[in-house]
Structure formats: C-alpha cells, structure tokens
Design a protein around this ligand. Structure first.
Ligand SMILES: *[C@@H]1O[C@H](CO)[C@@H](O)[C@H](O)[C@H]1NC(C)=O
Ligand SMILES: *[C@@H]1O[C@H](CO)[C@@H](O)[C@H](O)[C@H]1NC(C)=O
Ligand SMILES: *[C@@H]1O[C@H](CO)[C@@H](O)[C@H](O)[C@H]1NC(C)=O
Ligand SMILES: *[C@@H]1O[C@H](CO)[C@@H](O)[C@H](O)[C@H]1NC(C)=O
Ligand SMILES: *[C@@H]1O[C@H](CO)[C@@H](O)[C@H](O)[C@H]1NC(C)=O
Ligand SMILES: *[C@@H]1O[C@H](CO)[C@@H](O)[C@H](O)[C@H]1NC(C)=O
Ligand SMILES: *[C@@H]1O[C@H](CO)[C@@H](O)[C@H](O)[C@H]1NC(C)=O
Ligand SMILES: *[C@@H]1O[C@H](CO)[C@@H](O)[C@H](O)[C@H]1NC(C)=O
Ligand SMILES: *[C@@H]1O[C@H](CO)[C@@H](O)[C@H](O)[C@H]1NC(C)=O
Ligand SMILES: *[C@@H]1O[C@H](CO)[C@@H](O)[C@H](O)[C@H]1NC(C)=O
Length: 581
C-alpha cells in the first residue's frame, strides 16, 4: 500500500476524511466526495482505512485473501515499493482473489478499490457472492487499464444478514487482475441520513445573519423576523402529460407544487409525426403555453430515442438514406419550433443502452445530432439521458464509466467544446431497497466530469416501502453537490400515473405524495419566525432561493419588508435593518 499520494490531478477531489471519535469507535462520513475518473500512477490509500476488509493494502502479503475459481494469487511489489495483489493464470471471468465478509441486514456498504490489468483495457466489476446463493450481486464497475490504477467505487445494501465473498470479474481471462487499497465500510441508515443532512447544509444552504437596530444603531431586541421563501433555487419538478390541458384538478395540483417539468411523451417524435410528413404539435404547443402561463420551465424530451421500439412506426422501416432525411427534418422542425423556450434538450435518448441511429447511420450518429441541436439552439443545455446508470448496479452496459465513454464519443470533435453538455440520469428505481451506495458512487464519478447532473425521471416501483425508499433516493440526489435538478416521473392517478403515484383518483395525497410535499416544504418555503436576541441578531440557515422578510418592531408593531436572495457561494450573509419606533 502506498502511503503518500503522488498525484496532483486536478480532477481528483479528495476531501474525504474519516473521523474516529476516540474511545467510542464511532465513524462519521462527514464529507465524502472521493472519486476520480483518471487513471493514476500510484493507488491512493484505502478509503476509511479499508473498513472491514482485512489486509486492505496488502502490507501483510495476501493474508485474508483466497483464490476464487481457478488460477493463482500472489503479492507483487512495484519498483516504488508498493505492495498489491495479483490474480494470474485465470481461465474464467470470475477467477480472482476474494475475501469473505459478514454483511448485516439494513446496513449500507460503500466499496472502493484501485485496479489495474496486466495488459490492455477492460471492465472490471466487483461482485458480492452471498453465502448459500449462486446469485452474484454486482457492486460497481470500472474500465481498468494497464500501466496505471483506476478507482472502482460502488457498494451494496444488505437486505439480509449473511457472509458474502467479495470477488472481481473481468471477461478477458488471459489478463491478470491487480488490486490495491480495497475498502468496504458499513454505515447505518441513520449515519447515511446524517451525512445527507450535513451535505444539504453545506451544498444547498447558506447562513444569514440579520442585525436589527433602532435608527440610532442600538440593538433592537425582541423584533420579530418572518422569513418566507418566494422561489427555490433548486429545480425540483415533476413530469406532466396531456391530461393537464383538460383536467382542472390536475392543473391546480401541479401549479401549486412545481416550477419545472418534462412532458412525458407529448414532444416525442412518435407523438408529433404519427403519419409521415404530417407534423402535429397541437398538444405539445398547448402544454408549453400552459407551462409558460404558470411560470413553469420545461425540459425538451426528446429529439430522438435510440431504442428501435420507440420510433414512429413508419421510421422503423426506412432505408438509411430515407432515415437520414427524415431525421434531419425532425431535428430541424422540433428544435427550431421550441428554440430558446426550453431549459434543456434530451437529444438522443438512451444512447448508451441502444443504438438504432448508430446502426443505421453510422457510429457518429449521436455526435452529429448533438452538434446539430447545438447549431439550432446554442443557448440550451444538451443532455444525454439514460436509465440504470445510478439505479441498478447489475446493468453493466450503462455503468457510469460506460456512460462517460459514450459522452466522450459525442464530445470528440472540436466543435463540441461549445456545447452546454449536461448529464441526465433518469432514476427509475425498481422494487427493493435502493442501493444508495451505488447511486452515490455513480454521482461521484460522473460529478467529476464537471457537467451539471440532473435526475430527469425519478420514480420508484410500487411496493409497501415506496414512500420511504423514494424519500431516500430524493434526499441522496438533493444532497449531492453535482446534482443541479430533479424531475420526477410521477403524478396523480387521474393523469394516468400508476407507478409512482402521488395522489389517488380523488386527489387525496398518497404516502409517497406526502413525502414529496414534505420535501417541497423542507427545501423551500417556511415561513420561519424568529425573535431578535439582545444583540438584535437573528441567525438562520436558509436553502438557496428568494425570500420575503418582514421585520416587526416589538413595541410599536411597525413593520418593514425586505426581499433577499440567498445564493450559493457565500458562507454568511449579513443583513442590517434599521427600524423606526
Ligand atoms: C476451472 O477451469 C475449468 C476449465 O476451464 C472449468 O471447467 C472449471 O469450471 C473452472 N472452475 C471454476 C471454479 O471456475
Ligand atoms: C484479451 O486481452 C489481450 C491483451 O490485451 C488481447 O490481446 C486479447 O485480444 C483480449 N482478448 C479478448 C477476447 O478480448
Ligand atoms: C452459510 O454459511 C454457514 C457457515 O458460515 C453455513 O452453516 C450455512 O449452511 C451456509 N448457508 C446458508 C444458506 O446460510
Ligand atoms: C434482496 O435483494 C435481492 C436483489 O434485489 C432480491 O432478489 C431478494 O429477493 C431480496 N431479499 C430479501 C430477503 O428481501
Ligand atoms: C462478460 O461477457 C458477458 C457476455 O458477453 C457479459 O454479459 C458480461 O457483462 C461481461 N462482463 C464484463 C465484466 O464485461
Ligand atoms: C436609541 O433609540 C432607542 C429607541 O428609540 C432608545 O430606546 C434608546 O434609548 C436610544 N439609545 C441611545 C444610546 O440613544
Ligand atoms: C392534430 O392533433 C390534434 C390533437 O390530437 C387534433 O385534434 C387535430 O385534429 C390534429 N390535426 C390534424 C391536421 O390532424
Ligand atoms: C466520426 O468522427 C471522427 C472524429 O470526428 C471522424 O474521424 C470520422 O471520420 C467520423 N466518421 C464518420 C463515419 O463520420
Ligand atoms: C401503467 O400505465 C402505463 C402507461 O400508461 C400502462 O402501459 C400500464 O399498463 C399501466 N400499468 C398498470 C398496472 O395499470
Ligand atoms: C418582493 O418580492 C415580491 C415578489 O416576490 C414583490 O411582490 C414585492 O413587491 C417585493 N418587495 C420589495 C420590497 O421589493
């Protein structure tokens, strides 16, 4: 294990520190934004000192580690004296080294390891093999290379107590797997939540100090300060569909809650051009009008969808040349129509999972359409938009490293440097406990690229714990510094939402709807009432946004109003108010 880091990579953000409250052995993840997308000359130290992994840095040869499958394992020492483990003479993709740990039900485990291959470049996954089960649970993926160390981050949420073998998978069994600084650190849900809360305090809020004084500048003790949010900075929105045009209750429900939306289907090609050559934007135009009238910002969803299934029926059968023409007409039509009116475009939806356009038009299809969209609407953010990247560790195809690989393909040409790229992660969670450790590791990894990340379609399948699990997902996103917006694909039964239902057929709020309403309040509005102390001071920490503040004199009840904006980037704002008696 390397003791000092040699790296000086700007992309490497390591403010991670571990606090051991001495004597108690209590650990806290005070701030853990530890990730890199770069391949490093030397591995870093094991996160959390290796956590529950024995001999995490291989300072004691291979003690604690055994061969998994065929092959041999051994310790090796680099020229610089760094010790690491090697699995060689492999014949199967799972042949590697393993260590057995005890997983405890209900705990969240963060995993990390530095990995390298003896040749070439390939995906390495960490796999948890639980006792008594042949089920292999993937915990994370990295594209490892020869010649430098790559950080794999991920994790697992244990829904049962059991021993588990931790092992590594790489398809090319003719190459060796090398590892160092392996770490598995358990957290209780309470610890995880407290870390989220700390992060929210740091990332989404700022401290404000009001000084209330008399005109002669002496402190005005006892003044009442009422603080009401008028606009939240953080976009927390909800998908919307055509029922909004006709259902008054749905309109009221929506407008009283949300300022950001995505039309779930109405702007898609299969909705606007059912018959070739007959474009019809009636519904999408009307929805945009409704949104504008109500001060709601709209994400454009989507120009193209790379899944063959979701083409307009007639598009599926076009020859490459016909498709190229039809697609050119489509992108020009929809982007010119809504140019400057939307806050985002999902340009080629789900192009990590699928490649309809690449198959028909060539490898560069996505790249060409991002360039075209940018040319037509240069001020609007252009998103990739994919599912399972943060929600399901078993879907390797769309792992965070593979998402980045596709993004890099799109960015390859010089012209692409002008594009306002953004990272769209749908966030459709299935049933079972969400794997918050994997979700966070994906956000950390993609966050390092430096583009804004949005959860674009957050949802969670119906299940008894839906409300609790959905809250966990929303808090995880809101607390992550790289996330700049959340749109849910959820809504009331009357609008046909049947997965993440927020209001029942009578517009009664469901338990999951209550979670959403509570978060809107918690992250937003107030009002908060405070009384100035003997120094005339009120200290408060406010979520970023715009506020109306009313000060009332304790004796005369005279009042004074002020509008303030609480923005990211200052640690404390001082606001001085003088009041006449
Ligand atoms: C070891 O390799 C042999 C031959 O490739 C294979 O049949 C066997 O299943 C392997 N054993 C394990 C545990 O992978
Ligand atoms: C396995 O890796 C080696 C070394 O990089 C490479 O030459 C070989 O083509 C790879 N095999 C497969 C099946 O990808
Ligand atoms: C799990 O491992 C223990 C020993 O550690 C063994 O007694 C038990 O039978 C195994 N299987 C299951 C399903 O728990
Ligand atoms: C635990 O989670 C796995 C994977 O999501 C699932 O297949 C299994 O049924 C769950 N087990 C329990 C006891 O909930
Ligand atoms: C190995 O190949 C199989 C079959 O192609 C694939 O399902 C699996 O995801 C691959 N594993 C890795 C680590 O790339
Ligand atoms: C300042 O003004 C307040 C309210 O008018 C008054 O009660 C107080 O005595 C004044 N103090 C000084 C030092 O002038
Ligand atoms: C366009 O769509 C609207 C709404 O579905 C429909 O009422 C109208 O008839 C359509 N227009 C044409 C020309 O098909
Ligand atoms: C794809 O893009 C690359 C780099 O911009 C370029 O070299 C290549 O010719 C393009 N291929 C096609 C088929 O357009
Ligand atoms: C939920 O809604 C979708 C889309 O409207 C529909 O395809 C699906 O059948 C519905 N599922 C249930 C269980 O009603
Ligand atoms: C504060 O902002 C509100 C709108 O949020 C506006 O109606 C009001 O006039 C503003 N008040 C002041 C004092 O600027």
């Amino acid at each position: 294990m390397k003791v000092t880091a040699k790296c000086c990579n700007l992309l490497f953000i390591t403010t991670s520190f571990l606090l051991f409250i001495s004597g108690l052995g209590v650990h806290s993840l005070d701030y853990d934004y530890f990730a890199t997308i770069e391949c490093m000359k030397e591995p870093q130290r094991a996160q959390y000192g290796g956590g529950i992994i024995v001999n995490s840095g291989f300072d004691h040869n291979i003690e604690g580690w055994t061969v998994f499958g065929n092959g041999t394992i051994e310790e090796r020492i680099s020229n610089d004296g760094n010790r690491f483990i090697v699995a060689s003479k492999r014949t199967q993709s799972l042949d590697s080294f393993s260590q057995t740990v005890q997983l405890e039900k209900g705990l969240i485990y963060t995993f990390s390891a530095w990995l390298q291959l003896s040749e070439g470049s390939d995906t390495i996954s960490v796999v948890f093999k639980t006792n008594g089960s042949d089920q292999l649970v993937h915990g994370g993926h990295v594209i490892a290379k020869h010649g430098c160390w790559s950080l794999l981050k991920g994790g697992i949420v244990a829904n049962f107590s059991s021993p588990a073998e931790i092992l590594f998978e790489s398809n090319n069994s003719s190459v060796e797997i090398w590892a160092d600084s392996v770490s598995l650190q358990p957290f209780t849900k309470k610890e995880w939540r407290s870390h989220q809360d700390n992060n929210i305090e740091r990332v989404r809020k700022s401290r404000v100090r009001f000084h209330v004084s008399n005109v002669n500048e002496t402190a005005l003790e006892g003044a009442t300060v009422v603080i009401t949010q008028t606009k939240a900075d953080f976009p927390f929105g909800c998908g919307m569909n055509h029922h909004i045009l006709t259902n008054i209750d749905y309109q009221e429900w929506f407008v009283s809650r949300f300022k950001y939306t995505t039309f779930t289907n109405e702007m898609k090609w299969y909705s606007t051009e059912i018959i070739p050559g007959q474009e019809n934007y009636t519904i999408s135009d009307a929805m945009l009008e409704f949104a504008k009238d109500n001060g709601i910002s709209v994400r454009g969803h989507n120009i193209f969808w790379d899944d063959e299934k979701y083409q307009p029926e007639w598009v599926k059968y076009l020859s490459p040349d016909e498709l190229r023409k039809a697609a050119k007409k489509r992108i020009e039509s929809v982007v010119k129509r809504y140019k400057g009116e939307l806050i985002a475009w999902d340009v080629v939806n789900e192009n990590v999972h699928f490649h309809f356009y690449e198959d028909k038009l060539g490898e560069n299809a996505s790249e060409l359409y991002y360039l075209k969209a940018h040319e037509l609407d240069p001020e609007t953010k252009l998103f990739m938009n994919e599912y399972n990247t943060i929600e399901y560790s078993g879907d390797k195809v769309v792992s965070p490293p593979n998402y980045l690989k596709k993004l890099e393909e799109i960015m390859q040409s010089g012209e692409a440097t002008e594009i306002l790229f953004a990272i769209g992660l749908q966030g459709h969670f299935a049933s079972g406990q969400p794997n918050l450790a994997y979700m966070r590791s994906g956000l950390d990894f993609l966050g390092n690229i430096g583009f804004p990340i949005w959860l674009t379609e957050a949802s969670l399948d119906p299940q008894p714990n839906q409300a609790e699990y959905f809250e966990e997902v929303l808090r995880e996103a809101y607390s992550h510094p790289a996330v700049e917006g959340i749109i849910m694909f959820a809504g009331p039964a009357q609008a046909g939402f049947n997965s993440t239902l927020l209001a029942d057929t009578n517009f009664q709020t469901t338990p999951t709807g209550q979670v959403v309403d509570n978060l809107i309040l918690e992250w937003g509005s107030g009002p908060y009432t405070a009384i100035a102390d003997s120094r005339g001071i009120v200290d408060i920490s406010l979520h970023h946004g715009d506020y109306d503040v009313t000060f009332t004199h304790p004796l005369t009840q005279n009042s004074k109003k002020l509008n303030i904006s609480v923005r990211k980037g200052f640690s404390q704002e001082n606001i001085h108010v003088k009041m006449h008696a």
